[in-house]
Design a protein around this ligand. Structure first.
Ligand code: IPE
Ligand code: IPE
Ligand code: MG
Length: 247
């Protein structure tokens, strides 16, 4: 956890990758071509994050609401995901990147689930770099899942209601082992969260950029990090308290 006002480089950056469809439409291409180019941008962002020194990067790849898209687009996205995971496993291992997911991944197609398991298992021991893919993710579903698991633990006697606190409850979220995001970026000019990390982002800084996701490169990530570095995170304190180093 970063302390108030500190750290120029965010430890954890989360990105809402948006604008693949518009990128394709502007070029008269099918939406899936935009998603294909989006995968290239994922590779670029991952490398850029390590070069900048960002230890945790979370990418919102598929929301619980995205199932409502046309079946051929959903099918195309699942195919791309499989292709990406197959290609990337060796890169994660080479670069020492731990891969994890957040979301209801048990509802993903069997082929994707198998690849997710393999990739997670092969990278489990890495500690320096962390890559988290939000798949079939929705913050409200996450809270519902966590509340169910918490209630079951209370019923089983492993949790005491008298100890109820955010620290205790947050251990039941998908992000239990992850630090909160310091910076949340959304591309494509939209300025909404679309059900992404609503609780974990309680004290995140936000950067919204008009760049469409397939065009998002290292310079754009660096610009967002620079903007983050100019912000003062106060966590409820006054600016004077931050200057005098009060916690
Ligand atoms: C983001 O791009 C990728 C996913 C949500 C899977 P979009 O597909 O939402 O692109 P736009 O918003 O239609 O341009
Ligand atoms: C959010 O983008 C989800 C992902 C980036 C995976 P959407 O394009 O689905 O969000 P809305 O529908 O514009 O809010
Ligand atoms: Mg969109």
């Amino acid at each position: 956890m970063s302390s108030p006002g500190s750290a120029r480089i965010p430890q954890h950056v989360a990105i809402i990758m948006d604008g693949n469809g518009r990128w394709a439409r502007q070029r008269g291409l099918p939406r899936l071509e935009g998603h294909r180019r989006g995968v290239e941008a994922v590779r670029t962002a991952m490398n850029a994050a390590r070069e900048i020194g960002i230890r945790y990067i979370t990418l919102y790849a598929f929301s619980v609401e995205n199932w409502k898209r046309p079946a051929d687009e959903v099918g195309g996205l699942m195919g791309l995901l499989e292709y990406y995971l197959r290609q990337e496993l060796a890169t994660f291992v080479r670069d020492g990147v731990r891969f994890r997911t957040i979301g209801r991944t048990d509802h993903m197609p069997a082929g994707v689930r198998q690849l997710l398991r393999e990739t997670e298992a092969a990278t489990r021991h890495f500690t320096a770099w962390h890559f988290i893919l939000a798949l079939n993710y929705g913050a409200r579903s996450e809270v519902a899942d966590a509340a169910r698991a918490y209630a079951a633990a209370v019923a089983a006697g492993t949790e005491q209601l008298t100890d109820s606190s955010w620290e205790q409850f947050s251990r039941y979220l998908y992000t239990a082992d992850l630090p909160d995001p310091d910076l949340i970026i959304r591309t494509s000019g939209e300025t909404r969260l679309s059900n992404f990390l609503l609780l974990q982002g309680a004290y995140a800084e936000f950067v919204f950029t008009p760049v469409l996701w397939p065009d998002f490169g290292k310079a754009d990530l660096q610009a967002a990090v620079d903007e983050y570095g100019r912000r003062e995170r106060r966590y409820g304190l006054t600016a004077e308290q931050i200057k005098s180093g009060a916690q």
